[in-house]
Structure formats: C-alpha cells, structure tokens
Write a protein that binds this ligand. Structure first.
Ligand SMILES: Cc1ncc(COP(=O)(O)O)c(C=O)c1O
Length: 362
C-alpha cells in the first residue's frame, strides 16, 4: 500500500493539518464504515452480538499481540488505562513502596495514591529522569509512562528494567504514547504489566485498550474486575458460581464496549499492513524530521514538543492557520501519523519557528 493510498483512507477537515494524534488519532475510513455498519445492525436488532461484536474484541487481542510481539494469552481487553492498572495496584500490600514520576499522568498515578490513602501503600514520587536511580531493595513496583503525554519525553526503559531486576521490583508501563512507534518487543520480557489505550497512536476508537500481563505474573495479580467476559468460554453461562476465570490474561478482560472493538479490529489490521509496507517507519521519520527542524532531540515515538513563550497565543495562531496541535503543559505538542506529509511538517515548522524559544529540554 502506498503512502498516498493510505492517506486517502483519512478525512481530515479540508484545509486543515491534523497533528494532534496525542489527543486522539484520526479513525481510518474503513474503521468508521465498520462502526457505522455495526450501529445500523444494532438499530435494526439484526446483529449476533457474539459472532460480530464479541469476536471483534478477541480478534483485536490477536492483532495487538502480533503488533507488540507477544502471545494472545498475555493480552487482556480493558476500557481505560486506570482500569488496566487496577490488578497490579490491587496486588500491593500496606508498606509496599512504589516509585513513580512526579508529573505522571493521573490515570496511572491516582490509583496508586488511592492505594496509599486507603491501604498504606508508600508512593515515592521522583523526577521523571530519576526513576531508575530511585529503585532500591525496598521498591516493590516502578510505574510510569514510557512516553510522557505532556511533551514526548521518554523514560529510560532499559535503565529502569535493569534496576528493577537488580532489586526485585516489578515494572508497570503506560505505553499509550509509545506504541506502535517505540520498539517495545525487546523490553517486554522485563516488563511485568503494560497498558496501552488505543484511541491515540493506534487510531482506534476510545474504549479499546490493552493490558499486557506477562505470563509468569498473571497468578500474582488479583483479577479485580472479574465479570461474565473474563471466563474461559461463554458456554458455561453467566449466572452463579463457582469462580471460573480464564486460565490466562483473559481473566483480566472487562466486558466490551462493542462499537469500540468493532472499530479497533479494523484499525489494528490496517496498522499491521502499514507497518509491513514501511508506512509506520515513514511516519516516525516525519516526527524525527519535525523535531530536528524545531531544534528538539529525536523522539523515541512520534510525540514532539517545543517551548514557546506564550502557548495560548501560538495555539490561536495555529488554529487560524488550520493546524490542530496540543499544548498540555505550556509547550506546543505535535504528533504526526501516517496521514501527515513532509509538506505539512514544513508548513507547521515555518509557522512555529518565530515563536520557539531556544531552551532545550532538560
Ligand atoms: C499517558 C496517558 N495515558 C493514558 C491516557 C488515557 O487515559 P484513560 O484511559 O484513563 O482515558 C492518556 C490520555 O491523555 C495519557 O496521556
């Protein structure tokens, strides 16, 4: 599939340049069509919900497993990141120490702070760059975003995994802003749990999220969201005991938001095709070119940000020019994907350049 053919699958507002994938990714047209078809069948009452919609979840599981290079039996389907971190947080006992970056996204941080308030878990918040160095023999868990949503800074994953291994701590990664661009496969044997919401860089609908739980960790985490979907097979019925959960990561499944998974199956199939055709590498290269032109370090994934004196003024200027960007922490944040071109990157750089202040990231 050529880059032009891939771009033709998207419908950004005419005249606009969409560079805000870190807020939400654009849905490809086949994904929208699949969701529309499902919605009409829902409206008509003609759908077989298991064959058409529940299966979409299981097929999405298999596709995501292929995308990151693990077995399907290590992937659970979750609606949000905070739900995904739930089992690991529930495994923590009073006095257990967790190391977490101080500006961590709240869907990871707040469940830990609730565990601190309600159960005496000890949460040590440290600078983003200091996570590996803060892990000691007392640390039970390190939890962090691999790529920060504030601006694309990337954690020292190798250093954190090594420190965790040395001190016997577990590792929980929020990879929402890393996959599919960051080469995560090499690190997965050293990661206990990874969560990834699909509605940003995976171009899936919101509500389709993934939870990787390494095989040897699964029995140590309580499946706190157990429900009719987290079983080995639906055939056994949905009423009464005993507790009969799936033998693998499916026991962490949360019953599905059907439309989201119908869309996710389509988007993930396309992503795998595009990756094979080199289109994801090309999109990553666009992000690297963007960073280079803005004087920023090369991004490990696709999120790039630059400092400006007055983000509000710059965002107004970009909006007037039809450019969709973000500014979650006072920096202008841009995240290209397969729908962007080198010409679009050139255009945004020329508009931004006069406003960029010369400070480089710490
Ligand atoms: C780092 C990070 N993780 C996760 C999410 C999504 O969280 P949730 O699934 O709770 O909506 C976001 C959304 O901005 C994010 O920036």
């Amino acid at each position: 599939m050529t880059t032009a053919a891939i771009r033709a699958l998207f419908r950004p507002e005419p005249g606009s340049i969409y560079l805000d994938t870190a807020t939400y990714g654009l849905l490809p047209a086949p994904t929208v069509a699949a969701m529309q078809r499902a919605l009409l069948r829902w409206q008509a009452g003609s759908a077989d919900f298991i064959a058409e919609w529940e299966r979409a979840g299981d097929e999405s599981r298999a596709l995501f497993a292929r995308l990151i290079g693990v077995g399907e039996d290590e992937i659970a389907l979750v609606p949000t990141v905070s739900v995904g971190v739930g089992p690991m947080v529930a495994s923590l006992a009073p006095g257990d120490e967790v190391v977490v970056p101080d500006a961590e996204f709240t869907s990871v941080l707040f469940p830990l702070l609730v565990a601190a308030e309600s159960r005496g878990v000890i949460v040590r918040q440290v600078p983003f760059a200091g996570v590996a160095g803060a892990i000691t023999g007392r640390t039970r868990l390190a939890a962090f975003s691999l790529v920060q949503s504030q601006g694309g800074r990337t954690a020292d994953l190798a250093g954190i995994c090594q420190a965790a291994r040395q001190h016997g701590a577990r590792v929980l990664v929020d990879a929402t802003h890393a996959i599919p661009f960051y080469p995560i496969a090499d690190f997965l044997p050293a990661i206990d749990v990874l969560v990834c919401h699909g509605y940003k860089h995976l171009l899936c609908p919101r509500g389709a999220g993934f939870l990787y739980v390494r095989r040897d960790v699964q029995d140590a985490l309580p499946p706190v969201h157990a429900n009719w979907r987290s079983v080995a097979t639906f055939d056994t019925g949905s009423y009464g005991g005993p507790l009969a959960l799936a033998p693998d990561a499916r026991r962490f499944d949360v019953s599905l938001d059907w439309l989201a998974w119908v869309g996710a199956r389509q988007s993930l199939a396309l992503l795998l095709e595009w990756r094979a055709a080199g289109a994801l590498a090309a999109a990553h290269q666009l992000a690297r070119d963007l960073a280079h032109q803005l004087g920023e370090p090369p991004p490990a994934a696709s999120v790039v940000s630059c400092p400006v004196a007055d983000a509000e003024t710059v965002m107004t200027m970009l909006k007037r020019a039809g450019i969709r960007a973000g500014a979650p922490a006072g920096r202008i944040r841009l995240a290209p994907h397969v729908y962007n071109t080198a010409a679009e990157i050139g255009r945004v750089v020329s508009l931004l350049e006069p406003f960029v202040v010369g400070e480089n990231r710490a």
